[in-house]
Design a binder for this molecule. Structure first.
Ligand SMILES: [Zn+2]
Ligand SMILES: [Zn+2]
Length: 255
C-alpha cells in the first residue's frame, strides 16, 4: 500500500486489522453511517476535503486510475487497437463481457484493501456507487460473487455482496443475494500463480436459482485472470442465464 507515501490521501488510512463481524453488522453499520452522513457535512473518503455531499471530491474522482476507453469488449483488458484481445479470441470465456471501472492500482487498491481488511465498511457505498454509475442497466438480475464459508466467517462479510447491494439500489436491478453458493473452500486466488487459478476454482460454485433467459450481472471487487468469473458464468448458464457479464470495481493489468 502506498497510502502512507501520498499525503494527499490522508483520509485513506486503514487500521490494517481485520474486524470480525457477523453478517448482520455490516448492514447495520452502513445504516448508522448513512444516518450520520445525513446529519454531517460529507468529506471525501480519499483526501478528507469537503466534497459537497459526495463520497469522493471531484479532483480525487478525476485522478482515479480509470481504465482507458479502448479495451477488450469481453474481458476489459486495455488494448492499443482492435476490439477483442488475443486471449478472448483464442479461448472465448463463458461470460459475455466485463464492465470494469479502474485499473487495480493506487489508490483504488488501497480503497479496496481498507474496505475488505481494514473494517472500512462505509467504503461499500463509495465502490458500489461508482459501479452503479458506470454500468449498463440492461440486465435482469445482480448476483454477488459468492464467498466460501470459511472466508465469510473470517472476514465477517462478503465484500462483493456489500458492493452489490449498493449497485442494485443505484441501478434498480434486482439483487439475488442467495442465488449462488461457493461449495468448495478453495485457497484464495491471490495466493496462486495465474496459471493455476482456473483449476483452483473448477466446480467451486453451485447455483440454486432458476435463471431461465435472464441477463445476469456478477458483482465483484477485483477481476484478475477472470478464472473465477468464468467458472461462475459456467454455473449461471447451466441455471439458464442467457447472458452473463461482470461488474467489477477494478481490473488487474498484466505485469
Ligand atoms: Zn478528495
Ligand atoms: Zn479479452
Amino acid at each position: 500500500m502506498e497510502s502512507a507515501k501520498n499525503p494527499r490521501f490522508k483520509a485513506l488510512v486503514s487500521s490494517g486489522r481485520p474486524r470480525r463481524l457477523s453478517n448482520f453488522l455490516p448492514g447495520l453499520l452502513n445504516g448508522c453511517l448513512d444516518f450520520a452522513r445525513a446529519l454531517l457535512p460529507q468529506s471525501c473518503h480519499l483526501c478528507g476535503a469537503d466534497s459537497a455531499g459526495a463520497p469522493l471530491c471531484s479532483p480525487c474522482l478525476e485522478d482515479l486510475p480509470w481504465l482507458p476507453r479502448d479495451r477488450c469488449a469481453v474481458c476489459a483488458l486495455p488494448l492499443p487497437s482492435g476490439s477483442i484481445c488475443g486471449a478472448c479470441l483464442d479461448r472465448p470465456p463463458r461470460f459475455d463481457r466485463v464492465e470494469a471501472l479502474f485499473a487495480y492500482r493506487y489508490p483504488v487498491d488501497a480503497l479496496i484493501h481498507a474496505f475488505k481488511y481494514g473494517g472500512r465498511l462505509a467504503l461499500a457505498r463509495v465502490l458500489g456507487g461508482l459501479v452503479a454509475r458506470a454500468v449498463g442497466r440492461d440486465v435482469d438480475a445482480i448476483v454477488p460473487m459468492p464467498l466460501a464459508h470459511g472466508r465469510l466467517a473470517e472476514r465477517g462479510f462478503n465484500q462483493a455482496l456489500e458492493i452489490a447491494r449498493v449497485a442494485a439500489a443505484g441501478t434498480s436491478v434486482r439483487l439475488l443475494p442467495d442465488a449462488c453458493r461457493k461449495v468448495a473452500d478453495t485457497p484464495p486466488q491471490a495466493t496462486l500463480p495465474w496459471k493455476e487459478r482456473a483449476r483452483n476454482v473448477r466446480r467451486a460454485f453451485a447455483c440454486d436459482a432458476d435463471l431461465n433467459g435472464m441477463r445476469v450481472a456478477v458483482v465483484d471487487d477485483v477481476l484478475t485472470t477472470g478464472a473465477t468469473l468464468n467458472e461462475l458464468a459456467r454455473v449461471l448458464r447451466r441455471a439458464g442465464a442467457a447472458e452473463v457479464r461482470g461488474w467489477v470495481v477494478a481490473r488487474t493489468l498484466p505485469r
